[in-house]
Design a protein around this ligand. Structure first.
Ligand code: FAD
Length: 240
C-alpha cells in the first residue's frame, strides 16, 4: 500500500489529533520529561480512544515505520519518542473507573499517578504506585512500579489484574489477564510487554485502603498507613 493511501485511511478513522512536523504544537508534543532528548518523529498520533491506537499501529506497520509509545513521557532514555517514526501519544486517554466495593481501578493509558490518586482517594483507596505524581501509570507498571506503599503492598505490577492490549497487528484484545503469579495474592503481567503487544490501552489494578486526613477507615488507620503519590498528608506519615 502507498504511503499516501495509508495516511488517508489513518486520517479517515482517527478521532484524536495527528501532529506532523509543520504543526505549531509539534515541538510541545515531541517533548519528554528528560529535556536532553531531542527526537523528531515523522508523525505524532495523539490518541483519544483504543481504536486510534489500533489505527496508528496499523498505519506504522503498513508503511514500515518505527513506533514509540508515549504515556507519561518519563522514560529517562527517551524510549517514548523516536526519530523518523510514529509516536503513539496516549496522554489524552484519561478515563478512570473506580469500583469501591471490589476495590479495583480501571485506568486508560494516559493516566498519571496523581490523577489516579485523586480518584481513588475519594473512596479512601490507593493503588500502590510511584512517588512522583506526573509519572505515567502504564509505563510505571510495565517497569514494576515502586513507591510509598511498596513495603506493605508490593510493586504496582503485583496488583495488576488485566490489560486491554493492542497487538502488533492492530487488534484490540480485551481484559488480558496476567499469567505468572509473582507473590501470594498478587499477579504479574506479561501483558503489554511481549513483542507482539506494542501497546496497552488500559489497565485494571487492585487498590488498597489508606488513611486520609479526616477520613479514617477501619483497619488501616492513623500513622500505620501512608500518604500516596499525590502527597496528601505529610511524608512523615509514611511509616508502614
Ligand atoms: C521524575 C521521575 C520519577 C519517577 N519515580 C518513580 C517511582 O517513584 N517509582 C517507579 O517505579 N518509577 C519511577 N520512575 C521511573 C518511571 O516509572 C519509568 O520511567 C516509567 O517507564 C515511566 O512511565 P511513563 O509512562 O511516564 O513514561 P513513558 O516515557 O511514556 O513510557 C515509558 C516506557 O513505557 C512504554 N509505555 C508507556 N505506556 C505504554 C503503554 N500504554 N503500552 C505499552 N508501552 C507503554 C513506553 O514506550 C516507554 O518504553 C520515575 C521516573 C521519573 C523521570
Amino acid at each position: 500500500m502507498s504511503e499516501d493511501r495509508a495516511l488517508s485511511e489513518l486520517e479517515a478513522s482517527f478521532a484524536g489529533d495527528l501532529v506532523p512536523p509543520d504543526d505549531a504544537t509539534y515541538d510541545r508534543h515531541r517533548a519528554v520529561w528528560n529535556g536532553s532528548i531531542d527526537r523528531h518523529p515523522a508523525l505524532i498520533a495523539r490518541c483519544i480512544r483504543a481504536s486510534d491506537v489500533s489505527a496508528a499501529v496499523t498505519f506504522a506497520r503498513r508503511i514500515g515505520l518505527p513506533l514509540a509509545i508515549k504515556g507519561g513521557g518519563h522514560s529517562f532514555p527517551g524510549q517514548s519518542v523516536c526519530d523518523d517514526g510514529i509516536v503513539i501519544d496516549l496522554g489524552e486517554m484519561k478515563g478512570i473507573d473506580i469500583d469501591p466495593q471490589a476495590r479495583t481501578a480501571r485506568a486508560e493509558a494516559g493516566v498519571l499517578l496523581g490523577e489516579l490518586d485523586h480518584e481513588t482517594q475519594a473512596y479512601g483507596l490507593a493503588v500502590p504506585a510511584g512517588i512522583v505524581t506526573h509519572t505515567g501509570l502504564a509505563g510505571l507498571t510495565l517497569g514494576g512500579g515502586i513507591g510509598w506503599l511498596q513495603r506493605k503492598y508490593g510493586l504496582t505490577i503485583d496488583q495488576l489484574l488485566s490489560v486491554d492490549l493492542i497487538t502488533a497487528e492492530g487488534e484490540l484484545v480485551k481484559r488480558v489477564k496476567p499469567r505468572t503469579p509473582i507473590s501470594s495474592g498478587a499477579s504479574a503481567a506479561e501483558a503489554g510487554t511481549s513483542a507482539s503487544s506494542p501497546s496497552s490501552s488500559s489497565t485494571s489494578t487492585r487498590s488498597v485502603r489508606i488513611w486520609l486526613p479526616g477520613r479514617c477507615s477501619g483497619r488501616l488507620r492513623s500513622r500505620r498507613t501512608c500518604c500516596a503519590s499525590t502527597g496528601i498528608g505529610s511524608p512523615r506519615r509514611r511509616t508502614i
